[in-house]
Design a protein around this ligand. Structure first.
Ligand code: HEM
Length: 189
């Protein structure tokens, strides 16, 4: 049973990473107001939301199986409090930081109507940091798995996807919506 849980944790970690990547890529594309007749903005937004929820679901299974498995003696607190675990404190601590950022992004999105747009945006921006932190956590803690060629390929593909989305966004002409919002913000909101 213990070994099954440990394998489950590693497998779900390896599924969480591409899901998180897809969620970040969809977020970047959506934030640039990308839309086509086939992919209207609301479809992209719904896809981003659902992929983010799926990421959270796999993340919960990833973390729960690591905690329930008695082998590494990981406690629930170690999953949200960085660098306090007995098992691999540094690499697991990075996982905990990524977890906190995912949770903060999810919770502020659920409470979006009750917080200011500025707060929501600030937390969502901080959420970007979750992706590199999660990648380093996976590569560092993954041990022998991290040197498997398909695991390296998965990480490289995820990195290419995020970098391509960011570069595309930087090179894209700002949408009139965004220009209007920026001038309103400069105007003192
Ligand atoms: C967004 C957050 C996270 C992502 C994307 C993620 C992803 C990953 C990945 C890709 C691996 C490597 C699996 C392998 O190569 O076998 C991994 C391993 C692992 N992660 Fe995470 N992780 C996250 C958060 C966490 C958190 C909060 C914990 C705390 C319990 C955690 C605990 C572990 C453990 C125990 C391993 C396996 C270590 C081993 O095989 O020795 N992860 N994770």
């Amino acid at each position: 049973m213990g070994q099954a849980l440990w394998f489950a944790s590693r497998a779900t970690g390896l599924v969480t990473l591409p899901l998180l990547t897809l969620s970040v890529v969809l977020g970047v594309i959506g934030a640039a107001r990308f839309a086509t007749p086939r992919w209207p903005r609301f479809t992209l937004a719904a896809l981003h939301r659902n992929v983010a929820l799926l990421t959270l679901l796999f993340l919960v299974v990833h973390v729960a199986s690591a905690v329930i498995d008695p082998y590494a003696k990981i406690g629930w607190l170690d999953t949200v409090l960085p660098f306090v675990s007995v098992y691999q404190p540094f690499w697991l601590g990075l996982g905990a930081i990524a977890m906190d950022l995912v949770l903060a992004t999810a919770l502020t999105s659920m409470a979006r109507s009750r917080i200011t747009p500025r707060t929501w945006r600030a937390v969502h921006w901080a959420g970007y940091a979750c992706w590199p932190v999660a990648v380093v956590h996976g590569l560092g803690i993954g041990g022998a798995d991290s040197s498997l060629s398909w695991v390296i390929a998965l990480n490289v593909l995820c990195a290419i996807a995020v970098l391509a989305a960011l570069l595309w966004r930087l090179r894209r002409q700002p949408h009139p919506d965004l220009t209007a919002r920026r001038s309103a913000t400069v105007g003192g909101r």
